[in-house]
Ligand binder design. Sequence first.
Ligand code: GLA
Length: 728
Amino acid sequence: MIVYDKGNGTYTLHTRRTTYQMKADAHGVLLHTYYGPRLDGEDLSRLIQYADRGFSGSPNELGRTDRTYSLDTLPQEYSTCGVGDFRLPSAEAEQADGSLLLDLRFAGGEIRAGKYALEGLPAFFGDSWETLSVRLRDPHSGMEAELLYGVDEEDDLITRAVRLINRGKETVRLRRVMSFCLDFRGADMDLITFDGGHVRERRPARAPLRPGVQSVGSLRGTSSHQHNPFVILCGHDTGEDHGLCYGAALLYSGGFLASAERSQFEDCRLVMGIHPHHFCWTLAPGETFTAPEAALVCSPDGLAGMTRCFHRAIRERLLRDPCRGRRRPVLINNWEATEFHFDADRLVGIAREAASLGVELFVMDDGWFGSRDSDMSGLGDWTVNEKKLPGGLEALVPRIKALGMQFGLWIEPEMVSEDSELYRTHPDWALGAPGRPQARGRAQLVLDFSRREVRDHIYEALRRVLDSAEVDYIKWDMNRSLSDVWSAALPADRQGEVYHRYVLGVYDMLERLHRDYPAMLMEGCSGGGGRFDAGMLYYTPQIWCSDNTDAIDRLTIQCGTAFCYPAGTIGAHVSAVPNAQTGRCTPMETRGVVAMCGTFGYELDLSRCTPEEKETVRRQVQTYKDRARLIQEGDYYRLTDPFYEERYAAWEHVSPDRREALVSLVTGSARAAMPFLALRLKGLDPARRYRVNGGELFGGAALMYAGYPLPLFQGDYQAVQLYLEAVD
Ligand code: GLA
């Protein structure tokens, strides 16, 4: 609910459990007055204090004598630039006269039913939203900012986005446009970021805010393996189930910046948006620039509450999931089994074996097109390699379908190999500055997706393939970071637009696929989880979480990922041992339990499995099918912290009505004289009794407060799964 109080001028955004408030003061400065646990009927601007602080000057209209009013000390909704607030600016606009000054004052607000939409960008959607649009104007330049707020009351989610509009007479160059600015009174907080690298994504790093600015971001043109566009601010004592915390997720798949500044007065400002590195957007009179959306959750009851809000909102109001209301198919992918070396019979053999064990979707990974016999060639030539697959998909797909399976295809549309027909014909279609040889990544160059004709060419080629057979799924991969970002289609003074135009180009292509193939399931991928962000999830409701399929490493990678993103979005597969990334051997059972915390599948040569292993696969597939709804739609609980607890990692999915739960536990390396352990469960109904794995009955309260007795495990990396069903 959004309330405008005419009497005191406050705009108050209420969700079920939280309140967010702003108010334009007598000078038209839009003050941020509160974000926290729900409060009704208050004007919280009365908490704002005014004092004469040295080196914090005052706006001109205050005159020479009133020195107590300063933009440098006030909490604001969208900070100004260069006019007296010396903390992080939200936007920078270079005017025709070369000045970089931006003063934004209140020019009106409007409350609307429904959710605003953002042209060409991902955004949360749904019917039950309300929108607040606030206009701010720079009295001197004609620059206008439209601050957009979406309120999803049920999920305790508030979204923000910004449009910058040039209402002046001269062209302006935008150098920085953050999607939001969030000021906090008091900076006694920790910042949690999710960091890592290829094959070790999204490990939480938590540290108290120190004076000055601390940032994470990406200069890679993608959201990156290294830092995720999701951050948390919380109290020093905030824990899993208690304390206040704020999560912020940016719906953007390109280079981003998240900066938290602890000011001299121990306040905190958080800004997040497109990374300003090499960003410069020319805005002619009358033009609008739209910054990507961000989603905010404030949780009064710890990190777990925040996670569940994000999970619900993403599931219900961000994913455009062709499988909505149904289970996603269990898949088998041939990559780890064959890499580039296969023919139709080999693929059909893998699919046949998988189908006989209950697997439902066969995905043909890299190597099916052009001259793609290794990663040195072929990208850009999206025609079936008839040497490997005579007769094309027209011949292969019916053979897969005859097994009762769906068919899926791997693509990497953003890339080109120098050894390809496409590159030989259009070398200028790759990003790269004239006369400067480009850096390679995985021996490939990046196509200039900021250019429409490049996208059209690739799209038409893909369409021909997709229309040649019934394709149920695609995996959209992206296997390098952007370098040499220069487009032959833009003049020198607009090269600062290429990074962002590239991302808009990717979104445009994904949107076309959505439009033309609404029933096709899309999985995102970038060398595993290099582009696992809320922006991609709008187009691809599942994302391959990591190229690291080691079950023990996956415990932390998936746990870090699941701080924001729900299980149904996390691509997780059982692969062969010794694991390709770590050389570690884990039992098949354990690999299955770990992969079930995501969109379940296999990535190995089942014909090499023993009869016992195949029997395990058959059981796992059935278990996943039986429990998929619970995993995909249930509430997720972290029962241990796998980043610190080495003895075992445990997590739980509980159905919304709390009548069912699935508990998963995996042990670390074996140790002698294991202590007697009882695992305390969460989220159950204390008044109900639950039957565990079809056997003994336990009270919900007893399971939560006293725990479930764990067996004395023998051997490394053991797993148990407990299925709980309420009996009364
Ligand atoms: C990336 C993906 C893998 C696989 C290969 C194919 O590394 O993450 O899953 O598709 O590319 O080249």
